[in-house]
Design a protein around this ligand. Structure first.
Ligand code: UFG
Length: 330
């Protein structure tokens, strides 16, 4: 299939572009490079510098006879969304609306959307299933939920089928060491802990120690980015084969506290990382762990990197070879 991949130069997008190529598809990247990296784009992939809100995308989709869109391009930081919600509503909601509308006008049949566990808010039952209540505790989660609702309406009324993949915490890097996580500013736990291990930061600050969890710190479900990527390929193939619109969780099913991640990072790196304890970060739910039973049974998804140590090892490999992210390649 010829597939348009928005945000294909970003962290999860770049790993998925490679998975699509390996599966025999032809990805075409659309990225405005506000947060993506040119060096993450494979030399044999067409990459168009364009914003998702640009209405001329209709012509791009028609010209390349795009059958499906994979939509990664979004702002994705919980903390930032609570300080600067305007860019989340603009880029995520307005931008995605324009993209979905371009896809409709171009006659695109299928859409795979990067959604998030943040749509659930503070869950009542863990592991979280797809039919859990949807009450996001932060702006980021709310914007993603709005896009899911848009897709649901477009699917019911216009017939464009979609899969929304609700990611839990994406982490790790391709074991090749060629691509990995590089955000500016970095706000995610694992790269920050590894920055502290490298001495790029004096310490890691734990946000909150009074959550109702075993050790008082937040519990998250970390999933290897390549396992996320393989799920996208399965989701698009499912839609191509006539699968109906639906939503899947994507996580490992295992929860790790912030403290546990730091301890595992110490073990993997062999470095005694300095830890400080701070206040809660606004909008953070206490525990998020996925039930991924649905995607396993419907799509036959089978995560390869099942333990968090492997995730941290790959993240550490990338971090050591690229202490300044993609800037090290220039
Ligand atoms: N944390 C710290 N110190 C830090 C950074 C993070 O203690 O310096 C904590 C956070 O409070 C949170 C955990 O580490 O409890 C993980 O935080 P991240 O920022 O790495 O990830 P989030 O859980 O906030 O969000 C990530 C993605 C979202 C996605 C969510 C789903 O960024 O896009 O996972 O679980 F929605």
């Amino acid at each position: 299939m010829k597939l348009l991949v928005t945000g294909g130069a970003g962290y999860i997008g770049s790993h998925t572009v490679r998975a699509l190529q390996k599966a025999g598809h032809t990805p075409i990247i659309v990225d405005n490079f506000s947060r993506g990296h040119r060096d993450s784009v494979p030399t044999d992939v067409l990459c168009i510098e364009m914003d998702i809100a640009d209405s001329t995308l209709v012509e791009v989709m028609k010209e390349h006879e795009i059958e499906g869109v994979m939509h990664f391009a979004a702002h994705s930081q919980v903390g930032e969304s609570m300080v600067n919600p305007s860019i989340y509503y603009d880029n995520n909601v307005v931008g995605s609306y324009r993209l979905i509308e371009s896809a409709r006008q171009a006659g695109v049949k299928h859409f795979v959307f990067s959604s998030t566990a943040a749509v659930y808010g503070e869950p009542e039952i863990v592991p979280i299933k797809e039919d859990a209540k949807l009450e996001p505790t932060n702006v980021y989660g709310r914007t993603k939920l709005m896009i899911e609702q848009m897709l649901s309406d477009y699917s019911k009324i216009y017939g464009m089928t979609y899969v929304a993949l609700r990611y839990f915490n994406a982490a790790g890097a391709d074991p090749s060491g060629e691509i990995g996580e590089d955000h500016t500013p970095e706000t995610h736990l694992i790269p920050l802990v590894l920055d502290a291990a490298l001495g790029k930061r004096p310490h890691i600050t734990v946000f909150g120690t009074d959550y109702p969890t075993e050790d008082g710190t937040c519990v998250r479900d970390y999933i290897h980015v390549n396992d996320l990527a393989s799920a996208h390929v399965l989701a698009m193939n499912y839609l191509h084969d006539g699968g109906e619109s639906t939503v899947f969780n994507l996580g490992s099913g295992n929860g790790f506290s912030v403290k546990a991640i730091i301890e595992t990072a110490k073990e993997v790196t062999g470095i005694d990382i300095l830890v400080e304890y701070g206040d809660r970060r606004a909008g953070d739910p206490g525990t998020l762990i996925a039930s991924s039973d649905k995607i396993k049974s419907v799509l036959g998804w089978n995560p390869v990197f099942s333990n968090v140590k492997d995730v941290l090892k790959d993240a550490w490999g990338w971090h050591q070879s690229h202490p300044n992210g993609y800037d090290d390649k220039k």
